[in-house]
Design a protein around this ligand. Structure first.
Ligand code: ACK
Length: 988
């Protein structure tokens, strides 16, 4: 190159300062350089062929940073073929590469005398190889990429003006397959300066989108888009698998799916960061952390929820965003309006609802006795009715009905909200105490005309639905319909029937009935109309009436004679029959010593043909003599009905009729009638009397006397606390007397319980429900024992449970339980304890505690009946005589077991025969360990009597003593202990 030509180009580097950017070049992030001539500080070491062609020249840029450029300007000579080859460029992962050339080119026109030789383009070539071939160069091995022409070429004038026209050209090369390649620039006679050469490929740079990170991805040339799976950033979870596409241009396209920050984390600059203290995030998602709601806090970072401040709570269903709340304050302004035996309670909303809207009210009914302070209260019986209900009330009113008359009640009204169960100590209630009035009986509604004649009418009626006490009598008021009540007659009847005599024939009458209890008369029944029969067609003259009188007298005399004869024959027959049972005496035996001269019971199963036994002991009745009125209950074999029995020449009587339902088996029929065979052998005022059986027509029936008040247990529950001590003892005496008769007969009942005692309108109790093994099958209380038999555990003596030793002594044990049932007005023995626990407790020596207000003598009698050693239990004869003494000396009933010191340590007490004297606190606590309370008390530390004596039922509930009976007993025993320790040890 001559000096002139060179001088045309040598100035180029000096001019660069005008064109290179002032700031360092930043390449797009999706371009990865494989070669950048500008980045090289020293010689590039590219190869020129021939060596006088391309020339490497150093210069400086505007920062005085050295750069390397290549120039060629052999424009004066023909046939130029100057090659400049780069060093070997490793391909890396690129498939397609881009070559960016920056160059200047001299306009041939601006150079004098070069026409014909001067060119204004150069060629770009490449050669792929797997390794660096060093300086080895073969022109023909290269492939041409393109001819590069300048968009703008510069002239002499430009040089003078110091304006440089830099061209930038980019060419794609690929797809490449070998490990590397060379580029070569072929000059064919131009005046060109290569200012920079940059070789790069494109990639999609790693990035985070939708909380998923995507790695660097190089596009594949054969495919337009590459699908890339993202992975969730730390502390996040995939909601939908994240994906994106990388284009050949190195651009990320179409993000799909996303990740969500974990609970306790929120999204901050493409990452999931922990919530700050005082904030929380409960759920997965990209929502921000929320500030803790009122009355809650979070002291740590990354909280999922905020904890509640002291005395504030969150209910199970409360969202984390909800403020912490507390139980409401007590309801206010409770007003009660009493209407006989019901009360309407109204109150105002509590002042503080605790920050919640789910406030409801619960009303607890307590029945309180005694005038002392504090009064003794116990939960009301289940018969009390709440309208609409007792718990979960949304309105501030409730009606309580079916309360007992003249009784003190306390109602505790508690406002509750969703967090009340979490804060038992913060619960508050308002209490109101009321005394009910006496309720009169409800009106008689069913009246039936039984028989009418010219001058009389017989009527019967059904007891009022709600007697509200014992009905003393009924008032029957009647008058002629036409006289409009200007004159009327009043009669009184004790039972549910009456015959009105002296009526006018063929006359219409109106009648009303009302019942009377201790509370007075109830409302009258609606008017009931009846008519007497019309006069007969002829009237009897005085003479003929004398004839009639004689005829009647003779007929009566004949009837009387016949009856007398019948009785005599009957006596004779009975006598001969009574021998029969004695012949069978050998077939039973329970070790019981029977009294001489007393008839002995015969087991009907000892008869080869049990139906023979029925006819031996029970009278066959004609079904036409029986009228069934209504169903009163259900037995195992069929319904129990009430009805009437009218035997020829006998007064009609009320009866109970047990029926055998259709489809029975032979065995069922035998078992059903066995009861009649047994009952028919008894004749005692305290044993239910058999009237007869119907076996020759269907349905098969057992007819007994009717007991107006039904079974004793439900009767007592219905009349809770309504009887005097003497009345109760009277009932008990009856039962004991019936049992004495049975034991004298050698009959062991096996299922003596209040539910199997029937009560009539005069409060006479009669033992019922006889049978053999089937008695127990029939009893819903009976449970299977390990030995396979079915036994009513709570009523049965331990030896009978353990090895089926049923005797009159085991009946005495059951009698003790009946005694307890009566004195507690139908409470369930051992409350909700399981049968297994009852067996265990009794076996360990624990016994039921005295019922509330139970006379000490009666409780002592119970304990005696519950002696483990059966021979130590009283005989029924002794029981009858103890009760007789009590009746003669009612004052002795005033000393109650609860107030005497003796049973102060009782809960379910050890029987007196086994209980050691209790002198120390430790012994006493030992004595306290009843089954339901045992575990509970073991967790309680007791330091002094004072603290124990202050224990309330609420406290006991907290330690797991939830059964009401033991709760009451523990509390009263603790109080008793308190006085005991102050007054000295209690003798047991
Ligand atoms: O408690 P209650 O009304 O009295 O319900 C039961 C029901 O039948 C099933 O046993 C009643 N019941 C049984 N025998 C008689 C009877 N002789 N008189 C009146 N009711 C009876 C019992």
């Amino acid at each position: 190159m001559d000096c002139n030509a060179r001088s045309l180009l040598f100035i180029l580097p000096l001019l660069l300062s005008r064109v290179v950017p002032v700031f360092p070049i930043i390449y797009p992030p999706n371009e990865v350089n494989l070669l950048d001539s500008k980045a090289s500080q020293g010689e590039l070491g590219w190869i020129s062929y021939p060596s006088h062609g391309w020339e490497e020249i150093s210069g400086v840029d505007e920062h005085y940073t050295p750069i390397r450029t290549f120039q060629v300007c052999n424009v004066m000579e023909y046939s130029q073929n100057n090659w400049l080859r780069t060093n070997w460029i490793p391909r890396q992962s690129a498939q397609k590469v881009y070559v960016e050339l920056k160059f200047t080119l001299r306009d041939c026109n601006s150079i004098p005398l070069v026409l014909g030789t001067c060119k204004e383009t150069f060629n770009l070539h490449y050669l792929e190889t797997d390794d660096d071939q060093g300086s080895h160069f073969r022109e023909h091995q290269f492939s041409k990429i393109d001819t590069i022409a300048a968009d703008e070429s510069f002239t002499q004038m430009d040089l003078g003006d110091r304006i440089l026209k830099l061209n930038t050209e980019v060419r794609e090369v690929g797809p490449m397959t070998k490990k590397g390649f060379y580029l070569a620039f072929q000059d064919v006679g131009a005046c060109v300066a290569l200012v920079s050469v940059r070789v790069y490929f494109k990639k999609c740079p790693n990035t985070v989108r939708n909380l998923a990170s995507f790695p660097d991805t190089v596009p594949i040339d054969s495919q337009s888009l590459v699908e890339v799976k993202g992975s969730c950033v730390n502390h996040s979870k995939e909601e939908e698998p994240p994906r994106m596409y990388c284009s050949t241009e190195g651009e990320w396209l179409v993000p799909i799916g996303k990740c969500l920050c974990n609970p306790g984390y929120e999204e901050r600059s493409n990452t999931c960061q922990m919530c700050r203290a005082g904030f929380y995030k409960a759920a997965l998602g990209n929502a921000e952390c929320s500030k803790c709601p009122p009355h809650s806090f979070s002291h740590h970072e990354g909280s999922l929820h905020c904890g509640c401040e002291k005395n504030f709570f969150r209910a199970d269903g409360d969202p984390a965003s909800m403020a912490c709340t507390h139980p409401p304050s007590a309801p206010r302004n409770v007003i009660s309006s009493i209407n006989e035996t019901s009360v309407i309670l109204d109150w105002s909303w509590p002042e503080d609802a605790g920050g919640r809207r789910d406030v409801t009210f619960t009303v607890v009914c307590k029945r309180c006795r005694g005038n002392g302070a504090p009064p003794r209260c116990e939960p009301c019986r289940s018969g009390v009715r709440f309208l609409p209900r007792a718990a979960g009330l949304v309105n501030t009113t409730v009606t309580v009905g079916e309360l007992l008359a003249h009784t003190n009640y306390t109602f505790e009204i508690e406002a509750q909200n969703g967090v009340s169960p979490l804060a038992p100590r913060m619960r508050q209630y308002a209490a109101v105490t009321i005394t009910t009035n006496q309720a009169a009986p409800s009106p008689v509604t069913v009246i039936k005309k039984e028989k009418t004649s010219r001058n009389s009418v017989s009527l019967s009626w059904v007891e009022p639905e709600r007697p509200n006490g014992i009905i003393l009598d009924y008032e029957i008021k009647y008058y002629e319909k036409e006289e409009q009540e200007t004159s009327y007659t009043i009669l009184r009847a004790r039972g549910c029937n009456v015959t009105l005599n002296g009526l006018k024939p063929n006359t219409a009458y109106l009648l009303q009935i009302r019942a009377r209890t201790a509370a007075g008369y109830g409302a009258s029944s609606p008017s009931f109309q009846f008519e007497t029969s019309p006069d007969s067609a002829f009237s009897i003259s005085s003479e003929s009436s004398q004839v009639v009188l004689i005829a009647i007298s003779s007929a009566v005399a004949i009837i009387l004679l016949t009856v007398l004869l019948y009785v005599l024959i009957g006596r004779f027959c009975c006598h001969s029959k009574s021998k029969h049972p004695d012949e069978k005496r050998l077939h039973f035996g329970n070790g019981h010593l029977r009294l001489p001269g007393v008839r002995t019971y015969v087991d009907p199963h000892t008869y080869e043909d049990p139906s023979q036994a029925v006819h031996e002991f029970a009278k066959e009745l004609d079904a036409s003599c029986i009228a069934i009125d209504k169903v009163v209950g259900a037995g195992e074999f069929g319904e129990v009905c009430s009805g009437r029995l009218k035997l020829p020449s006998k007064k009609e009587i009320c009866v109970a009729i047990k029926t055998l339902k259709g489809g029975y088996t032979d065995k069922q029929r035998r078992d059903f009638l066995a009861e009649a065979s047994i009952m028919g052998q008894f004749d005692h005022p305290n044993i239910i009397r058999l009237e007869g059986v119907v076996t020759r027509s269907k349905p098969v029936m057992i007819v007994t006397e009717y007991m107006e008040n039904g079974s004793l247990d439900s009767f007592l529950r219905k009349h809770d606390a309504q009887f005097t001590g003497i009345q109760l003892v009277g009932m008990l005496r009856g039962i004991a007397s019936g049992m004495k008769y049975l034991s004298d007969m050698g009959y062991v009942h096996r299922d003596l319980a209040a539910r199997n005692i029937l009560v009539n309108s005069n409060l006479v109790c009669k033992v019922s429900d006889f049978g053999l093994s089937r008695v127990l099958e029939d009893d819903p209380e009976a449970a299977y024992t390990t030995r396979g038999g079915k036994i009513p555990i709570r009523w049965t003596a331990p030896e009978a449970i353990a090895y089926r030793k049923f005797t009159s002594a085991s009946d005495a044990w059951s009698y003790g339980i009946v005694l307890w049932e009566v004195m507690s007005y139908g409470e369930r023995p051992y409350w909700e304890m399981s049968n297994q626990d009852v067996i265990k407790a009794v076996d360990e020596g624990y016994r039921l505690p005295p019922p509330m207000d139970c006379p000490a003598t009666l409780y002592q009698l119970m304990l005696d009946c519950w002696q483990k050693e059966r021979n130590n239990r009283p005989k029924f004869e002794q029981i009858v005589s103890i009760l007789d003494k009590l009746i003669r000396n009612p004052g002795s009933l005033k000393i109650t077991a609860n107030t005497t010191s003796r049973p102060a340590n009782l809960l379910l007490d050890r029987s007196s025969s086994e209980a050691p004297s209790v002198g120390t606190m430790g012994d006493w606590m030992d004595g306290m360990r009843t089954l339901p309370c045992k575990e509970a008390f073991s967790g309680v530390s007791y330091s002094s009597c004072d603290t124990l004596a202050k224990t309330s039922t609420e406290d006991l509930k907290k330690i797991g003593v939830t059964i009401v009976g033991p709760q009451k007993k523990i509390v009263s025993s603790l109080k008793a202990l308190d006085s005991h320790t102050k007054n000295g040890p209690v003798p047991v």
